[in-house]
Structure formats: structure tokens, C-alpha cells
Design a protein around this ligand. Structure first.
Ligand code: SF4
Ligand code: SF4
Length: 492
């Protein structure tokens, strides 16, 4: 058999993929991450059938990406001979019908990936998909900010979190994790501008490190910053306390300055990029959060190029109109221009694919890290804590807390409360129920859907954008796998 006639399958081991996956929108509540594993044991004696929800995205003449739309994450690049093996299981068949030893090995891999399924359990697609693994908390350490971004949702009253509230907030998060059986915690120190109350960030992180060790619950702490006032001393402290950093950068030069200005009206681009370069030089590379509006969308491709130049992870997030920003009509996304410019940015990425995966960060709230029913964790595994210790369901609703850090079980209140935000599973959203992308898109930000439609139970107003671009995100992932992994390393 010549090499091109051999079945070839390229995929990333789940543990490596987890490390390679870039997180999604820093400002939003991650849905919990689960580590997927390939099947431990494969009984090759019975009948197998090709998964009916397998989708193929063409990459090159020889290779396609195979992705199972209804199973837990399974993506692999496969060549034509490997597809031919899948086709032999279009109807139930036994492995014994495969005579060639290489075909046999490849078929086994296809079973491990979930592309071939045992006939006895052909419908393993569950509707409940994600166990509670990670509790996420937004810690609003201050309402103050040194910027005045046009799309900001905060009225900025100038209050900051006190030492007592900071400690009570960390206590409340760790207690909620224990009560509800979460295995990981993610703390997002945010504002306003978190560096304007940096002593609080440090004290809360130190306390969280102590509780984490005492209680055996791992956590990560992230500082969300506009990058304007981060000093070298702050960077030293960030490294000392194992914090990571996410910086907002919305464009290069005038594209950034068009929407992220200092309170005196001057642009902040130069200050922000100096901080980013300083963080890189200090071996503390930040993740970049890019918020896309109609003002900066034409500079997106250039921005992505700049970020890739520095080998930084990034996420692309859509602007959401809010009470404070509604007077700036020119921020509103124009659907076709957004799609065109996203495609231009994807073309830049295709030319210089990074080693890390962008499956979780290239398209607003969509996420391919694992099958999920909810677009975000709001109302489920998320506590957005304001400067007074009030707990809201989402960081955009900090003025409307439904619980507080002194309650005995605030997460239970967040789960049961029906005011302000109802985050339904995608299977309960009209227009989404039958969509092939439902477990990867999950119907978009519920607040944005409600703002536009007045309903919680319908598909996202960005649906057409998602449906157009999701196959392209998959294609980029396939090209990344093709670039960095050798098929020979798998089929040997
Ligand atoms: S409701 Fe929308 S804005 Fe709030 S956390 Fe979820 S996706 Fe983000
Ligand atoms: S919003 Fe659109 S793309 Fe997303 S799950 Fe619903 S129907 Fe599918």
C-alpha cells in the first residue's frame, strides 16, 4: 500500500487540546470545561455504525476535517482512505470485514474518536451535557476607570470594594464551590479598571491561595485590565501570585482609539501596547480581548495580524448594546460587513496559524471546547459580585443583585431567581432546537437576544453570522491540525 492510499487520521490528544484551547470572552461567564477522553476500552467484536451526525469540512484535495456535531468534542483530520473506512460502516458492520491491518488500526482510532459507534448504543447523545466542574466569579473590585469607552455598560459611580467585602467575597465563592460540588474555581478580578484597586486584587488573591490550599480546590486568578496603568511593580506582583492577565485591545492605532479613550478624550492605544510589550518582555504574556463594533470592524484583520505577530492568544467578542451605550448608534454591528471583515481576519489567521487552538475564541459566544447547552454560565455556575458584595447573574447586571456574599447559599438563589435574566438551554430556544450547531453555539448571549426580541426562548439575533462562520472556524482548526501534527505519528 502506498502512503497516500493508507488511511491517515490526525487529531490532538484531549489533554494537549485542553492546554491548547484559548478561552472565550473574558468578560463573560465561561461554561464549565470538561476534560473529554477517548474511549478507554474498545470491544471490537460487535457491530459498528458510522455516527449519523458526522460532518465533513474540506481542507485540501487530500484531507477533510471530520467533526461529530452531536457527540462530545471529537475533531480529526482524515484523508480519503480513512473516509472510505467510515463509509464501509454506513450500515452496521463488523471489524472482521476489514482485511487490511492498517484499515483495522484506523477503524479502531475512529471508534475511539466516536466517529464509529457500537450499534448497541448508537444514540449516546445526551441532552444534558455538562456537569458542574468549574465555578466562575466576577469580582468587581472597583467601579472606577481611567478610560471612558463608548460601549461600556457601567454608570461608574466611583465606589471600590472594601477589604471586608473582598474577603467575604472569596469566602462566599469557595463556600459555594464546596456546597455545590465544583472541582475548580476561576476568579476574574475586574472593574471598572482592576488596577485602580490593585491592593484589593492582591489581598483577595493571597487569601484565595490560602483557601485553595486548605480546601484542596484548585483555582486560577485572572486580572482583566485595559492596560493603561499597569506598572512594572504590578507585573512583579502578578507573577508572584500566579495571576494571569487579559488586556483589551480593540484595534491598531485609530481603530482602538475610536472607542477606547482616556477620560480626557485622548486615545489609549500607545499606553496599552506598551503594557502588552512589557508583559511579554516579563514573560507574562497576556491574552488579548478584542471587542468588535461597527467602528473598528474594518481594522480587525490588521489587529489579528498584530496579535499573531506576538504569538498571543486572543478572543473575538461582539459588542452588545446597553443602556449606557445606546446613544452611539455607529457602534451597532452591520451584519454583512461584520461577516466580510471576520472572513478577512480568518484569512490572515489561515496564513499564519498559531500552534494553539482558536476553537473557543474566534466567534463571540460560540465554543467548540465541549458540547454545551448554555451559551454562558449566567444563572448556573457564575457569581458576578459587585463592589458592595451584591451578587448578580451577569457582570452587565451588577446594579441588580439577586443575592449577596453574606447569604448561606447565594448560588442557590442565583439558580432559582427568575428576575433580570433567564438563561435557557438551547433545546428550549425556538429556532435552535433542530439546528446542527446547537451544542456549539447554544443560541448566543441571552441578554442580547432579549434586548433585540423581548424573549429568552428564541435564537440569537446573530444567528446568521454564527451559521455562516462556524464552518470556517472548524476549517481553521483542521488546517491547524494539518500544520502541526503528522499523521504518521498516529497510524504506525
Ligand atoms: S448573559 Fe450575555 S453578557 Fe452575560 S455572561 Fe452571558 S453571554 Fe456574557
Ligand atoms: S442561534 Fe442560530 S446557529 Fe446558534 S444554535 Fe440557534 S439556530 Fe443554531
Amino acid at each position: 500500500m502506498t502512503e497516500e492510499n493508507q488511511p491517515q487520521i490526525i487529531f490532538e490528544a484531549p489533554a494537549v487540546r485542553q492546554l491548547n484551547m484559548t478561552g472565550d470572552c473574558p468578560a463573560c461567564a465561561d461554561w464549565t470545561v470538561r476534560s473529554n477522553r477517548l474511549a478507554d476500552t474498545v470491544d471490537l467484536g460487535g457491530l459498528y455504525i458510522r455516527s449519523e451526525s458526522l460532518r465533513s469540512v474540506s481542507l485540501t484535495n487530500a484531507y477533510s476535517l471530520a467533526f461529530d456535531m452531536l457527540s462530545d468534542y471529537s475533531a480529526a483530520v482524515i484523508n480519503r482512505p480513512a473516509w472510505q473506512i467510515l463509509d464501509r460502516f454506513h450500515f452496521p458492520a463488523k471489524f472482521s470485514t476489514l482485511s487490511d491491518v492498517e484499515d483495522h488500526k484506523a477503524a479502531r482510532a475512529l471508534v475511539e474518536l466516536g466517529f464509529l459507534k457500537p450499534l448497541t448504543e448508537p444514540h449516546r447523545h445526551k441532552n444534558t451535557t455538562t456537569p458542574n466542574e468549574m465555578l466562575v466569579a466576577w469580582l468587581h473590585v472597583t467601579d472606577k476607570c481611567n478610560l471612558s469607552c463608548d460601549y461600556c455598560y457601567l454608570p461608574k459611580l466611583g465606589d471600590s470594594m472594601s477589604p471586608e467585602t473582598g474577603k467575604a467575597s472569596i469566602d462566599a465563592v469557595f463556600a459555594a464551590a464546596k456546597q455545590h460540588g465544583f472541582r475548580h474555581i476561576k476568579l476574574k478580578y475586574a472593574g471598572g479598571e482592576a488596577t485602580l484597586n490593585f491592593q484589593r486584587v492582591l489581598a483577595m488573591q493571597e487569601y484565595a491561595l490560602t483557601l485553595s490550599e486548605e480546601q484542596g480546590v484548585p483555582f486560577e486568578g485572572i486580572v482583566l485590565t485595559n492596560g493603561v496603568g499597569m506598572t512594572s511593580r504590578m507585573i512583579d506582583e502578578i507573577k508572584r501570585l500566579h495571576l494571569t492577565v487579559i488586556v483589551s485591545l480593540d484595534g491598531i492605532g485609530a481603530y482602538h482609539d475610536a472607542q477606547r479613550v482616556l477620560t480626557n478624550g485622548q486615545g489609549s492605544f500607545d499606553l496599552v501596547t506598551k503594557t502588552i510589550d512589557k508583559l511579554i518582555a516579563e514573560k507574562c504574556p497576556p491574552q488579548i480581548s478584542i471587542t468588535i463594533t461597527d467602528r473598528n470592524v474594518c481594522g480587525l484583520a490588521e489587529t489579528v495580524d498584530w496579535v499573531l505577530d506576538r504569538d498571543l492568544r486572543f478572543s473575538l467578542n461582539f459588542y452588545r448594546e446597553n443602556e449606557c451605550s445606546s446613544s452611539f448608534a455607529d457602534l451597532r454591528l452591520a451584519e454583512q460587513r461584520l461577516v466580510d471583515e471576520m472572513q478577512r481576519a480568518y484569512a490572515v489567521i489561515e496564513q499564519r496559524l498559531p500552534r494553539f487552538s482558536l476553537m473557543g475564541s474566534l466567534l463571540d459566544r460560540t465554543h467548540f471546547s465541549n458540547k454545551h447547552e448554555y451559551a454562558c454560565g449566567a444563572g448556573h455556575n457564575y457569581l458576578a459580585i459587585n463592589q458592595d458584595g451584591g451578587i448578580a447573574k451577569c457582570q452587565t447586571q451588577l446594579a441588580h443583585p439577586v443575592a449577596n456574599v453574606h447569604m448561606s447559599d447565594p448560588l442557590n438563589v442565583v439558580h432559582t431567581d427568575e428576575s433580570w435574566l433567564i438563561n435557557l438551554p438551547v433545546t428550549e430556544k425556538e429556532g435552535c432546537r433542530e439546528c446542527e450547531w446547537r451544542y456549539w453555539c447554544a443560541g448566543g448571549c441571552p441578554i442580547e437576544t432579549f434586548r433585540v426580541t423581548g424573549r429568552w426562548d428564541v435564537k440569537s439575533p446573530n444567528c446568521r453570522i454564527y451559521q455562516t462562520l462556524l464552518p470556517e472556524v472548524l476549517r481553521l482548526e483542521g488546517l491547524r491540525l494539518l500544520k502541526y501534527y503528522s499523521p504518521a505519528s498516529f497510524i504506525s
